[in-house]
Design a protein around this ligand. Sequence first.
Ligand SMILES: CC(C)(COP(=O)(O)OP(=O)(O)OC[C@H]1O[C@@H](n2cnc3c(N)ncnc32)[C@H](O)[C@@H]1OP(=O)(O)O)[C@@H](O)C(=O)NCCC(=O)NCCS
Length: 178
Amino acid sequence: MDSPVSIHRATLGDAAFFPDIERASGELFRQLEELAWIADDDVMAEAAHRPLIAAGTVWVARDEKAGVVGFLSAQRVGRVLHVWQMAVSPSHQRRGLGRALLRAAAVFARDADLEAITLTTFLEVPWNEPFYAGLGFTRIPEDALDDRLREVLAKEAQAGLPRERRCALSLNPGVLAD
Ligand SMILES: CC(C)(COP(=O)(O)OP(=O)(O)OC[C@H]1O[C@@H](n2cnc3c(N)ncnc32)[C@H](O)[C@@H]1OP(=O)(O)O)[C@@H](O)C(=O)NCCC(=O)NCCS
């Protein structure tokens, strides 16, 4: 039987597990011929997660037996919570943990009176934009992107992500938190 999994605020010690979880989760991209290379792409460094954990904007899914099996790493930027990365281990995908991690972030954002949760992701990839859209996120039209999100997308493109397949999404936290 599966052991219980619960969502918690991350501790600094959790960050060591994130790169391996992100790398393993990315195996999903091998299903897509033209994006299979994402599975071998760089992951977010442990050191980049640590200040976000210290700021209290990172959550983990913790399995009673297996330990940390998923994370959502976000940053507060003014009145927005921006999700830099989220990933769930292959052994635990499609059990609602991605949704639960986003809900924890939404509860935080709502209680902190933030206006929105934002992130950038791949269009049409089932576990990216459609997954978020199913939770209430909406796509920000290209001509409505603010400077911050425009820059995030531009930096991703410089790092090799195909710009025409990327988009920025936004959610009113109350939609998921309430
Ligand atoms: C995105 C991610 C964190 C979601 O985690 P999860 O725990 O599997 O999410 P949930 O179980 O809450 O919801 C999964 C939903 O996403 C979609 N989805 C996920 N994997 C899918 C797949 N292989 N094929 C089709 N749809 C998929 C489905 O809508 C699914 O709902 P369903 O299981 O009821 O059909 C996980 O897929 C992952 O780690 N992906 C690789 C890293 C990544 O792309 N991160 C996001 C960067 S923007």
